[in-house]
Design a protein. Structure first.
Length: 148
């Protein structure tokens, strides 16, 4: 059986791969929302909540995505980047789950960017996979911080 000290390089490589996936996600997501801000804002305002809440979300979501992106590039904050990703992706997945069970009076329009052409069901499963990636990343980063 391999000791944790011998496994650390492998764990670090896995963690780095997971980090690359999430930095690509947050980088793409932030920049696409920023470049097409008005379209993103309108998409958010078409969701089943108040316009004032939508206005706040249209500003807060890209800022959180940018913060997570930056945190991934600061090694001592990687755990918090994974944890923040886990939380945000869980919130997104919960919202999509509510859409799928018809919890809202109106079905909101789809998301923008890479998700605009896929179904809500497919979007849910992609997000579930990303939640898994963020969760595994949290565990690995915690193990590396504690053991390494």
């Amino acid at each position: 059986m391999m000791s944790i000290q011998k496994a650390i390089p492998t764990l670090f490589l896995i963690e780095s791969f997971l980090k690359m996936i999430l930095t690509a996600l947050w980088g793409y997501s932030f920049f696409s929302k920023t470049i097409t801000y008005q379209a993103f804002r309108i998409s958010i305002l078409n969701q089943p909540f108040s316009d004032s809440f939508g206005e706040v979300l249209s500003i807060i979501i890209p800022l959180i995505e940018f913060l997570l992106l930056v945190l991934f590039f600061v090694p001592r904050f990687s755990f918090f980047a994974f944890l923040g990703s886990l939380i945000l992706l869980t919130v997104f997945s919960t919202y999509i789950g509510l859409v799928l069970v018809d919890a809202f009076d109106k079905i909101p329009c789809g998301c923008a960017g890479i998700f605009e052409r896929i179904s809500w069901e497919a979007h849910f499963w992609v997000n579930a996979g990303l939640v898994g990636i963020a969760g595994i990343g949290c565990g690995l980063r915690g193990k590396l911080d504690f053991e390494g």
